[in-house]
Structures are given as structure tokens and as C-alpha cells.
Design a protein around this ligand. Structure first.
Ligand code: PEP
Length: 250
């Protein structure tokens, strides 16, 4: 049985005070949700410390949205994996398409971030997914394969056993356009087969989340698919009720 995860990527939204209220509402709302569902919230860096305080002991885990690709030193504006881990944060999103697109993150950068995340006991949620033109050209399988080969294939078996993957077609992020449940299943199964080719049966345990305009109305169908183990949620994670309803969709 694979873990079920619903992770909320708050992106650059909410003030720290609003974030604390949102985290409290999520923690309160998840109390009545089946304990097999793991909730994660990923607030901005400035909120992490306070959000850790209000989620501690509630079962809601916390993720950062990024970490630096260097360990420490003269890198103005960056936040290291060690700084994040020192707060008790468990996860870090790496390779989100917005970071690849707007901040030029490449596989080379992501390999460095992955290594630092693991060195600091953070669990990476590694995001992959194709752009609209790549989907239209039928290249989505080869795009996700390269994103996996160039980064995930460099992990040790021990590191791989902890990794979470989020498949997020870029054309579905924040657009209101969701991949159909069949499209999601097709590519999730493919992703698992690529992972199996390298890591064998361990890939049967890899949590693969779907992300891209997932909401309380479409989550049930998406999560009913065999290889869809949950969701990485953007917009709908900013409303506690919607986020919890998504978690109740398994
Ligand atoms: C995301 O950016 O990770 C995401 C899934 O966003 P949205 O749910 O808003 O499409």
C-alpha cells in the first residue's frame, strides 16, 4: 500500500499571519479525515517557523517550496536546506515548473538541490511535467523521462526510497484545465515504469502525485486511478475547506 498524500503549494500567497490562520484551519479540519491521508502544507519561507509551531503534533507536515543549491555562504537572498531542516520542516518541493521557467532551474541545479535536501534529511517532492507544446507534439513521455533520468537516476536506492514525485503538466497549472483521470493514469504508470527500470520493485512504493488545477470536484476521479497517489494542489490549497475536501476524495 502506497502512502496517500495531499500537499498544498501556497506559492507566493498569504502574509505570515494569514498563513498561520490557514495552517490552523487545515490542522483543525484534517482531524476528522481518515488517518491514512497525509496532509502537507508548503508555505513561503517567511512563514515556516510559525506554521511549524501551529502544526506540530497535528499530523499536518510542512514543506518548503525550494532550497538553495549551495550549502552556505555568500549567496544573497537564498535559503539553505540546513536552515529549513533546522525548523523541523520535513519536505521540500524541488523542480516546480515555475522555478524551471522563471528562475532557470536546470537538471544541474536540481541535482545540487537534491543532494543538499537529502544531506539535511529533507524529503524532496520532485516536480516534473511537460509544457503544452510538448504535449501537443506527443513528446510528453520523453520530457518526463529526461526529467527523471537526469535527476532521479542519480539518487542512491536509499534516497530513492524516500522520494515523492509530483507529475504536473504545465498546461494544467493554474489554468483551470485539468488532465483527465485517464491522461493522468497513463503518464503516472509510465513514470512508474521508468522508475522501475532503474530501481526495480522499490518503484512500486513511490508516491506519485498529480498536480494541475486539482480541486474538490475532480480529485475523486483522479485519485481513483491506480497510479495516482494523491495531489500537489496550488490554488485550491489556499482555502482550508477545499484543501481538506480534496484530502477526503480518496
Ligand atoms: C502547482 O502549482 O503545484 C499547482 C498544482 O497549481 P494549481 O493547483 O493552482 O494548478
Amino acid at each position: 500500500m502506497r502512502k496517500k498524500i495531499v500537499a498544498g503549494n501556497w506559492k507566493m500567497n498569504t502574509t505570515p499571519a494569514e498563513g498561520v490562520e490557514l495552517a490552523k484551519a487545515v490542522a483543525a479540519g484534517t482531524r476528522n479525515v481518515d488517518k491514512s491521508v497525509n496532509f502537507i502544507v508548503a508555505p513561503p519561507f517567511t512563514h515556516l517557523s510559525e506554521v511549524m509551531k501551529v502544526t506540530r503534533g497535528t499530523g499536518v507536515a510542512v514543506s518548503a517550496q525550494n532550497c538553495a543549491d549551495e550549502a552556505k555562504g555568500a549567496y544573497t537572498g537564498e535559503v539553505s536546506a540546513a536552515m529549513i531542516a533546522s525548523l523541523g520542516v520535513e519536505y521540500v518541493l524541488l523542480g516546480h515548473s515555475e522555478r524551471r521557467e522563471y528562475y532557470g532551474e536546470t537538471s544541474a541545479t536540481l541535482n545540487k538541490k537534491m543532494a543538499l535536501a537529502y544531506a539535511n534529511n529533507l524529503i524532496p517532492i520532485y516536480c516534473i511535467g511537460e509544457k503544452l507544446e510538448e504535449r501537443e507534439a506527443g513528446k510528453h513521455f520523453e520530457v518526463v523521462k529526461s526529467q527523471i533520468e537526469e535527476v532521479v537516476f542519480n539518487l542512491t536506492a536509499e534516497e530513492f526510497s524516500k522520494l515523492v514525485i509530483a507529475y504536473e503538466p504545465v498546461w494544467a497549472i493554474g489554468t483551470g484545465k485539468t488532465a483527465t483521470a485517464d491522461q493522468a493514469q497513463e503518464i503516472h504508470a509510465y513514470i512508474r515504469s521508468v522508475l522501475k527500470g532503474k530501481f526495480g520493485e522499490a518503484a512500486d512504493q513511490t508516491v506519485i502525485l498529480y498536480g494541475g488545477s486539482c480541486n474538490p470536484s475532480n480529485a475523486k476521479e483522479l485519485f481513483s486511478k491506480e497510479d495516482v497517489d494523491g495531489g500537489l494542489i496550488g490554488g485550491a490549497s489556499l482555502k482550508a475547506d477545499d484543501f481538506i475536501a480534496i484530502g477526503e476524495s480518496f
